[in-house]
Ligand binder design. Sequence first.
Ligand SMILES: [Zn+2]
Length: 133
Amino acid sequence: MFKEFFNELLNGKLVGLRCIDCGKVMCPPKSTCGNCKGRNLEKIELSGYGRITSYTVTYIAPMGYENEAPYVVALVELDEGPWIVGRLDVDAERAESENLIGKRVKVYGKEFPSELFYPNKEKRIVPMFEIVE
Ligand SMILES: [Zn+2]
């Protein structure tokens, strides 16, 4: 399910899970409900829209990601409730000079080079946020 979450992002789809017992929506998918710990979960497609609740500019990237810095990491509250982390597709200068908290975004997936941490050649797919207002 976790792999499907990332692969569907590349198709512009955001998938999550809804707990059939209590109704809680989870994204990214988890193996048990974050509310009632139940395992009676169904796959759902989310709208992909949400609002920026927090963000930060990363200048010192982890080893292996150096050439991707600076980049902007954002925490987004989705319309359906869950909060997800991804990268905001604005440059560091704009992120620092403008207050982007509360801006409406749409999520999509982007594939990044993966040689260092994915030696088995798996795709490295990162959730990205595009500002839509
Ligand atoms: Zn539940």
